[in-house]
Write a protein that binds this ligand. Sequence first.
Ligand SMILES: C[S@@+](CC[C@H](N)C(=O)[O-])C[C@H]1O[C@@H](n2cnc3c(N)ncnc32)[C@H](O)[C@@H]1O
Length: 418
Amino acid sequence: MRLHPAVIGAAEEVLREVMRFTGPADVTLSRYFKEHPKLGSRERNAVAEGVYAVLRNKLAYASFSESGQGSAMRRIALLGLGETVGADALAGLSEEEAAWLNRIAQIDRQSLPINLRTNMPQWLLDKLLARDGEAAALALADALNRPAPLDLRVNALNWKREDVIAELAKAPIVCEPTPYSPIGIRVPKKPALQNLPLFKDGAIEVQDEGSQLLALILGAKRGEMVVDFCAGAGGKTLALGAAMRNTGRLYAFDVSEKRLAKLKPRLARSGLSNVHPVVIAHENDAKVKRLVAKIDRVLVDAPCSGLGTLRRNPDMKWRQTPETVAELTVKQASILASASRLVKPGGRLVYATCSLLDEENEAIAQQFLAANDSFSLLPMRDVLAEQKIALEMQDYLKLLPQVHQTDGFFAAVFVRNK
Ligand SMILES: C[S@@+](CC[C@H](N)C(=O)[O-])C[C@H]1O[C@@H](n2cnc3c(N)ncnc32)[C@H](O)[C@@H]1O
């Protein structure tokens, strides 16, 4: 059955706002759907898929849209919808438009110049080419430009992965265990989960496998004092609280009251009572100082460019610039320096990002080590062996979508010697 003709106009309209890149695309889409309640769920999905395809393929589509008729934004919307739901599903296409979409579909994308093939902003493409070379940069861009699967984390406090997989199969939801995280489940399709008893009972949370691994390498244990310094809506906090078997004390810091508020309902579902959310004004807040040298393990899941998560947030590549990245690196170094003071001798500090850029990753870790002789690096291969995670790494954790089928993540583990 064809989609309602309103889909094309809706995609065009919402793209006008999304393509200004003044805020996250998912927020703009949710607001648009709230303001347009008559769009059915099939139509909403089609609009969202079409918009995300445009964000993934922006440069190629801009080039393709130089031909065709109608407003430029309609042509761009048609390209996104044509790529995702297919021209045959669209009602309201003129004959010329259908023929044009058909012609565009015949173009061999491999024959396009590298900037149109990768659909990366030039500054980012230049960085990836200089660091990785053409073949690796193309493979990375290709993986980043594909939608991610849906990964779930099992709440290890009360649930076993195999039992959750068996329950999901009854729904019926096809899924499989994730290869590296012992508490992860991968769902290739994207079913709605919110109404499943498993979700309501806190047995599962949506979380990329890479993100699960970042929580695991902190190695948090029963009865410990742990700080999740940049907790946000608590994706990793929940994993840490369960790893601590709901004992000890887990502080969830963040400067954003709004993000921390989103942790509350998730905490209620999870059954955890060892988590203490704390809004801080900045990384040097007096609330931080009170815990100096008292904490066993500190996770710094730093604010970053998010360029490792382009599979889910393709707008990030158009919203970041060399200047925003430079600002972030100053913040990252400052947060890591302040958070490190909390770690007690013998304690562990993890610095993590979902960025792919060396300046947000290795450079921050190395700069920190150079300035802090009380900390040393715990090689990632040792940390992974300790956690029984079957991943080959050297000093750092570097997860890549084209290799590990996760989002792009970086992590360094430090131990305080004195
Ligand atoms: C990568 S996100 C955290 C995601 C979260 N850990 C999760 O797993 O869902 C980074 C977070 O750092 C927070 N942040 C930014 N500046 C901060 C600061 N100075 N101190 C603490 N948190 C900060 C942001 O509000 C954001 O929620």
